[in-house]
Design a protein around this ligand. Structure first.
Ligand SMILES: Nc1nc2c(ncn2[C@@H]2O[C@H](COP(=O)(O)OP(=O)(O)OP(=O)(O)O)[C@@H](O)[C@H]2O)c(=O)[nH]1
Ligand SMILES: [Mg+2]
Length: 459
């Protein structure tokens, strides 16, 4: 690759495996002198003579020339590497000392320690993938559940990019139809009917807003889906959190109003990472200021949660009116009703919409699997389906889509009002510009620096 403002001509090196001791550690060296620099610390087959995609056993020399380790060097020649540049990956024994000395030896031989995300930034600069795909690489590395992993892998393979490319094509078609109208405006000809243009812009607009709306679900899957346990005091909410987490995480007592603050823990359910929240019990008759603040927090948690588990004490059930009042504003499709302490009695209270509660006895550990499955099912209901693999999970992309959506709205208004084509074209260009920032075909060095600084060193 030739030099450019980012200085991609120098050779960088980093340990790409996690910091600390491991069975093996992998150092990555990348840049135009990657192979010759590695040869300086390498005894064995001369890597400069090695073919691309070949692995070689050899000895690695410390900066003072002594033997540091035996290891395997894999050679990737440009352009057939992750970054598109000459790259060597050296696997050594994973001691901290060896890792540190290996980097020192490479630096002494002429490489520079890599900045966070610098390998991926080079790959982006080489056109190996666009920005939304590069961001997915960071998500993939950070993914901690099957669902988050699947989303990231799909984005890395271009699910978002493909969708945007199809939108871009539709807008470009719209632009060319407008051009025609412009060229012949003198003759007062309208080549494409405005109705057709409006239809095109509407289709693009609804797809952009559909994508934008997936951001909430997308981030929930990526960062953990908030599930709040709500209910009256003493219903067994803290007991439920502890049972699902498998640990004595929250204080349990028979005293009403034990929990004052949100207690959160992460669990895996099915393919999803869940942020399970125990909350302060809801009750009217408390004068305790701290408890009232706690109750406000519970209501807030319920509003923000993707799923609410409303827990009822079978021995002292909440009335339907109370339940309805406490769940005002909550999305009814996201509520799971559960009735606890069924070991004491089996009253089934009337619930809003004739909902049937899940019967639990946390004391006897019954009903918990049914509850787990109900949670998974609720998530599948809103996050599953045909579009499950195409969700926006990145704030920068969501903001760009929001901006594209606004420009598209202005475009539609302009088209509908019948104003001249050259004025409409401006809104169209803006929409295209915002879409292009998602994939990075329009970008600035500052944006790139911010994005790639969030990566780990060595990626
Ligand atoms: N019999 C019976 N008792 C239970 C069951 N689950 C919880 N309890 C008891 O009910 C009491 C209240 O449990 P908690 O988990 O502290 O209730 P909570 O809903 O968190 O209460 P607050 O924090 O005050 O809102 C404790 O004494 C528990 O041992 C159950 O399934 N059966
Ligand atoms: Mg509690």
């Amino acid at each position: 690759m030739t030099g450019n403002i980012y200085g991609f001509d120098d050779t960088i090196c980093a340990i790409s495996t996690p910091p600390g001791v491991g069975g093996i550690a992998v150092a990555r060296i990348c840049g135009q002198d990657a192979i010759s620099i590695t040869d300086k610390i390498w005894q064995g087959k001369r890597l400069s003579d090695a073919k691309s995609h070949t692995a070689h056993l050899g000895t690695i020399l410390a900066p003072d020339g002594s033997t540091l380790d035996e290891g395997v060097a894999t050679v990737f020649r440009a352009p057939r590497s992750y970054t598109g540049q000459d790259t060597v990956e050296i696997s050594v024994h994973g001691s901290r000392w060896i890792q540190r000395e290996l980097i020192s030896a490479l630096v002494a031989a002429g490489a520079r320690p890599a900045e966070p995300g610098e390998f991926t930034r080079r790959a982006f600069a080489a056109g190996r993938f666009d920005l939304s795909e590069a961001e997915a690489v960071a998500d993939l590395i950070a993914s901690s559940s099957k669902a988050a992993h699947r989303l990231a892998i799909n984005q890395m393979r271009g699910s978002v990019s493909k969708q945007l490319e199809s939108l871009r094509k539709q807008l470009v078609e719209l632009a060319s139809l407008l051009e025609l109208e412009l060229d012949f405006s003198e003759e007062d000809l309208e080549f494409a009917s405005r109705t057709h243009l409006v239809e095109l812009a509407e289709a693009v607009g609804s797809e952009i807003s559909r994508l934008t709306k997936t951001y909430r679900t997308g981030t929930a899957i990526k960062e953990g889906i908030p599930v709040a346990i709500i209910g009256h005091t003493n219903a067994g909410k803290s007991s439920l959190l502890n049972a699902l987490v498998g640990d004595e995480r929250a204080i349990v007592s028979e005293i009403h109003g034990t929990t004052r603050d949100i207690v959160e823990d992460r669990i895996e359910l099915g393919s999803y990472l869940i942020r399970l929240q125990d909350t302060a019990g809801l009750r009217q008759d408390t004068d305790d200021t701290i408890e009232r603040i706690g109750i406000e927090r519970s209501i807030n948690a319920a509003v923000k949660a993707e799923i609410i588990i409303y827990l009822i004490d079978a021995s002292s059930p909440a009335t339907q009116a109370e339940v309805e009042a406490e769940l005002t504003g909550a999305n009814t499709e996201r509520i799971i009703y559960a009735i606890n302490k069924t070991d004491l009695c089996r009253n089934t209270p009337a619930l809003p919409h004739n909902a049937q509660p899940i019967e639990l006895s946390i004391k006897n550990a019954t009903g918990l699997d049914t509850l787990r499955n109900a949670i998974i099912q609720k998530i599948e209901d809103f996050a599953g389906g045909a579009n499950a693999d195409l969700l926006i999970t990145n704030a920068r992309q969501a903001a760009a889509l929001e901006a594209a959506s606004n420009s598209n709205r202005a475009l539609l208004a302009a088209l509908r009002s019948g104003i001249p084509a050259d004025l409409v074209a401006q809104d169209l260009r803006e929409t295209l510009h915002h879409l292009a920032t998602v994939t990075g075909s329009v970008t600035t060095p500052e944006i790139l620096a911010t994005i790639f600084s969030r990566f780990c060193i060595g990626k």
